[in-house]
Design a protein around this ligand. Structure first.
Ligand code: GMT
Length: 381
C-alpha cells in the first residue's frame, strides 16, 4: 500500500505513535509518506520505504497566524496525486482531520479518491476538543472520516460523550516494539552508577512538562519518598512547566537529589537504569510513556485517570491513585522500593503487560482497517 501519514513532529505521544507505526509498516514493504512541518523526531535515520514531505508554511507580513492548514492540504493533494496514495492516516484530530477532508474534496474534483483515517490521541478531544469553538469542525471532520480510531476505550467514551459522532470508533491501542527495548537494554550506555550510589533507588519521570502532566506532583511524591528511602529522581523532557518545576525543587530543597536531563529522543536507555516510573497526570488518554517504561521492566506509579488503568494494572504492574493524591502515590512508591522481592515481581509483571502491546500484535489491526477502508471505497460503499 502507499500510505500517507500526517502527524505533529514535535515531542509528544501522537508523533511517536505515528512515526513508529510508519516505520513498522515500511518494514513490511508498504511505502510510507510522512507529511509534517518538520522531520518527526523519531524519524532520525534512514528507513527503506519511508519518504518525508515537508510542509513549508510561508511567512508573510499580512498573516498574524501562518496558514498551516492550507499549506498542509496542498501538500497532501500533491503527494496523493504524484505518489499515488491509497490511503491517508492523520494523527490528532485538530486540525488534521478537517485538512484531510479538504484535501479529499480537492482530489475528488480531480477524480481521485483518497480515503482518510483519523486517529484520536487524547488532548485533541479531552482538552482542546472541549473548546466549544472547535466543536463543529471536529464533529464534521470526524463524521466524514472513512474510519476513526482511538488509542483507548476511555478516549472512545470521552469522544462519544463530548461530540455527536455518528461514525464508528475502533479502539486500536498504542504500542511499543519490545524487540527495540531488549536491544537498547543489551547495549546500554547509561549506567546506574552515573546517577545513584549503590544503596540508592532511582525514580524516573518522562513527559513534555505540560500542566496536564502535573510534574509538581512528581516532585512532591519524590520528596516524601526520599525522606523514607535514599532515592534519586531523574526527570526527562522539557516544556512550559520546567521553570516552575525548577523553582519548586529549590523550594523543597530537593535539587541535589534530582537529575534533570531535558529532552532525549529515545529515553529507553535511561529508563533502563531506574527502579520505578511515575506519571501523576491530570488526564491521560493512554499513557504511552508508562508503556515505554513497562517495556524496560519498570513498575508504574500513576493516577487512575483516562486510559491509564487500561495500561497500568493496579497492584500488578504498579499502583493507581486518585489525581493529586500525593500521600497515596508516595506510600505505594515506598512499598515497592522497600521490598526487593515485590519490586522484582512487579517488574516482571510490567514487562509481561507491555508485551501485550507489542507492535506485532497491534500492527495487523491497522493493516486490517486500511484494507477494509480501501476495499469499501473501491466497491463504492
Ligand atoms: O500529552 C502528550 O504527551 C502529548 C499527546 C499527543 O497527542 O502528542 O499525548 C496524547 O497521545 C499519546 C499517544 O497516543 C497518549 O499516550 C497520551 O496519553 C495523550 N496525552 C494525554 O491524553 C494528556
Amino acid at each position: 500500500m502507499n500510505i500517507g501519514i500526517v502527524c505533529y513532529p514535535t515531542f509528544g505521544g501522537s508523533g511517536v505513535v505515528a512515526t513508529e507505526l510508519g516505520k513498522a509498516l515500511a518494514k513490511k514493504g508498504h511505502k510510507i509518506h510522512f507529511i509534517a512541518y518538520n522531520l518527526p523526531f523519531r524519524l532520525n535515520a534512514f528507513n527503506e520505504n519511508v519518504f518525508y514531505h515537508e510542509v513549508s508554511v510561508n511567512d508573510y507580513p499580512l498573516f498574524e497566524y501562518q496558514p498551516y492548514e492550507s499549506a498542509l492540504a496542498s501538500k497532501i493533494v500533491d503527494v496523493a496525486m504524484y505518489e499515488k496514495l491509497d490511503i491517508l492516516h492523520v494523527h490528532y484530530a485538530i486540525p488534521h482531520a478537517s485538512v484531510a477532508y479538504l484535501a479529499q474534496q480537492i482530489l475528488k474534483s480531480k477524480k481521485i479518491y483518497l480515503p482518510y483515517i483519523t486517529t484520536l490521541h487524547g488532548t485533541d478531544i479531552t482538552l482542546v476538543g472541549r473548546d466549544p469553538s472547535f466543536e463543529p469542525v471536529i464533529r464534521f471532520s470526524l463524521n466524514n472520516s472513512n474510519a476513526i480510531t482511538s488509542v483507548s476505550e476511555s478516549l472512545k467514551k470521552d469522544t462519544l460523550s463530548t461530540f455527536k459522532i455518528d461514525n464508528k470508533i475502533d479502539v486500536i491501542p498504542n504500542f511499543i516494539n519490545i524487540e527495540d527495548y531488549q536491544k537498547s537494554n543489551a547495549h546500554v550506555n547509561c549506567h546506574r552508577d552515573i546517577y545513584a550510589k549503590k544503596n540508592e533507588k532511582i525514580m524516573i519521570h518522562v513527559s513534555n512538562f505540560r500542566k496536564v502532566k502535573r510534574v509538581e506532583d512528581v516532585l512532591k511524591v519524590f520528596d516524601k519518598v526520599r525522606q523514607a528511602i535514599p532515592t534519586k529522581l531523574i526527570l526527562v523532557g522539557d516544556g512550559p512547566e520546567r521553570p516552575a518545576i525548577e523553582k519548586l525543587c529549590r523550594e523543597l530543597d530537593t535539587c541535589k537529589d534530582i537529575i534533570s536531563l531535558g529532552r532525549i529522543n529515545d529515553p529507553a536507555e535511561v529508563l533502563g537504569v531506574a527502579d520505578l516510573f511515575i506519571l501523576p497526570s491530570e488526564t491521560e488518554s493512554f499513557g504511552l510513556a508508562a508503556l515505554e517504561a513497562m517495556a524496560t521492566r519498570l513498575p508504574v506509579i500513576s493516577t487512575n485517570t483516562g486510559g491509564l488503568p487500561e495500561v497500568n494494572i493496579n497492584g500488578v504492574t504498579g499502583f493507581l491513585s486518585n489525581v493529586g493524591d500525593i500521600d497515596d502515590m508516595a506510600k505505594n512508591s515506598i512499598k515497592l522500593l522497600n521490598d526487593p522481592a515485590l519490586l522484582e515481581k512487579f517488574k516482571n509483571n510490567a514487562f509481561e503487560q507491555a508485551k501485550k502491546f507489542d507492535i506485532n500484535v497491534v500492527l495487523p489491526l491497522y493493516e486490517k482497517l486500511y484494507n477494509k477502508v480501501i476495499s469499501k471505497e473501491s466497491v463504492g460503499i
